[in-house]
Ligand binder design. Structure first.
Ligand SMILES: *[C@@H]1O[C@H](CO)[C@@H](O)[C@H](O)[C@H]1NC(C)=O
Ligand SMILES: *[C@@H]1O[C@H](CO)[C@@H](O)[C@H](O)[C@H]1NC(C)=O
Ligand SMILES: *[C@@H]1O[C@H](CO)[C@@H](O)[C@H](O)[C@H]1NC(C)=O
Ligand SMILES: *[C@@H]1O[C@H](CO)[C@@H](O)[C@H](O)[C@H]1NC(C)=O
Length: 429
């Protein structure tokens, strides 16, 4: 808490100085790229992580802070508290009153939310709902069977760890000796993460064992930032980051280009290596935040906002004459575009915009977007690419493989999930 108070103090001074300087009040919001120590973290029912800091909430891995009471109205009622101590999402299929609820812990009170609405009778005392669990918690995370012996919640306070069995309400107190004191924790994509300060460690929920080279910087894996620390390893970070990709494509040589924020990852087919560098270095007219990219005719067509940039693939990459051009003029469609791809030996760019896909015959002039159809499976696609095995559609941390465009458009059920970091870039941590 002392650290937090110091930090808040420094932050306020900086924020005030900044606001004063620019007369800009948006800078009163905390910036997650400063390496914040989060108070609590929880993954919502759609798999979107929420990070809590003071009165603020960060949704997902990028974007600005919001007031937490905009999403969870009652959380800020008690202004003396001013922050969430811990949060978790309940997994208890036997109890429809509790299953999928998000529980928040503030001092000695617990709040239960379903679909952003406070459940009747809450807030309640922690001792009433979770007998044997102390007040003033530091972190909490659900641990469903079989990750834990039975469906459990793990509560953290200092070095003490409490395994709370949701069925029997039995409490098993342990010490996770090798683990730092967590200030927040969550269960994400099959792994358990403990955040401490601006670092995090992946741990075994039963034993508290931490394997591999932890702790790591939380912003490297869980935040989209324009800059990272001096010690940040660009290649490791861009391969392993859990932040969604902005755009992806492979060129004629089979090299993959994957864009995220200010950086891109490039796999080199010929020598089986990868490199990561800033977009500004290789594509200086573009700098950052690519919306979509496709490869065609030895060029990378990169789409950002309402402009298209065509770069000839060479060393260095060079912007083709006359570019950037408005998307409307070049491809016959208004931006923004979420994803784009061209399949081998075809001359059709497939553009995905929200739930809709359009085809643009690239051999024709003027080019027009035709054949509009709905992709029923995904509300929003982050990136897509086409190769000899068909179409890969990237949504968040996962990609989905479709043998053909027809199968993508006609699909009724989500196919097997592949992990972007692991299955595309070989990051196993
Ligand atoms: C959230 O809290 C702030 C003060 O902390 C208050 O001004 C605002 O009206 C609250 N918003 C909602 C939606 O309750
Ligand atoms: C961790 O918590 C214990 C109390 O259980 C406390 O004595 C210790 O100082 C804490 N460690 C850190 C690094 O804050
Ligand atoms: C750590 O390694 C041990 C032995 O390989 C394994 O049993 C355990 O599940 C690992 N824990 C984590 C958190 O990866
Ligand atoms: C692999 O190939 C790429 C592209 O040709 C080149 O930039 C890189 O330096 C090569 N790496 C090694 C280790 O040879």
């Amino acid at each position: 808490m002392k650290l937090l108070a110091n930090f808040l103090c420094v932050f306020l001074i900086l924020a005030l100085a900044h606001a004063d300087h620019h007369g800009d009040h948006s800078s009163d919001l905390p910036d997650r790229c400063e390496g914040l120590e989060m108070d609590a973290a929880v993954v919502n029912e759609d798999g979107v992580p929420y990070f809590f800091k003071g009165h603020f909430l960060f949704k997902g891995f990028d974007g600005k802070a919001e007031m937490s009471n905009e999403s969870f109205a009652e959380l800020d009622d008690d202004h003396k508290v001013g922050h969430v101590d811990a949060a978790f999402r309940m997994h208890n299929e036997d109890s429809p009153d509790e299953h999928d609820r998000i529980f928040f812990f503030l001092d000695h009170k617990v709040y239960s939310y379903y679909d952003h609405k406070l459940e009747d009778g809450y807030p309640k005392d922690i001792s009433e709902v979770f007998p044997g669990i102390p007040d003033h918690l530091e972190a909490a995370v659900q641990c469903p069977h079989p990750d834990c012996d039975e469906d459990s919640v793990i509560f953290f306070k200092g070095h003490d760890i409490y395994h709370y069995h949701v069925k029997s309400k039995a409490v098993d107190k342990k010490e996770f000796k090798t683990m730092p004191n967590c200030t927040s924790a969550f269960h994400y994509m099959g792994h358990y993460y403990c955040f401490h300060g601006h670092m995090f460690s992946k741990f075994d929920p039963m034993t508290g064992e931490v394997n591999g080279t932890y702790p790591k910087e939380a912003i490297d894996f869980f935040m989209k930032c324009s800059k990272f620390g001096d010690n940040s390893d660009n290649l490791d970070r861009e391969r392993c980051s859990r932040v969604h990709l902005d755009a992806i494509t492979s060129d004629d040589a089979g090299d993959i280009y994957a864009f995220r924020g200010n950086f891109f990852l490039n796999t080199h087919y010929e020598n089986h290596t990868m490199t990561a560098e800033t977009i500004g270095h290789a594509f200086k007219e573009l700098q950052n935040d690519v919306d979509a990219v496709f490869s065609y005719n030895s060029h990378l067509y990169m789409i950002k906002d309402d402009q298209v940039y065509a770069y000839k693939v060479s060393n260095p990459h060079t912007l083709a004459e006359g570019f950037p051009k408005p998307i409307k003029e070049e491809l016959g469609l208004e931006g923004p575009i979420d994803a784009a791809f061209v399949c081998e030996d075809h001359h059709i760019a497939h553009l995905i915009k929200g739930e809709h896909m359009f085809d643009v015959e690239l051999n024709e002039t003027p080019r027009v977007a035709t054949n509009e159809r709905t992709i029923g499976l995904f509300k929003k696609v982050d990136a897509a690419m086409c190769g000899p095995k068909g179409v890969k559609v990237v949504v968040g941390n996962h990609y989905y493989q479709f043998d053909s465009i027809a199968l993508l458009v006609g699909a009724k059920a989500i196919p097997e999930q592949h992990r972007v970091a692991m299955d595309l870039f070989g990051c196993d941590h």
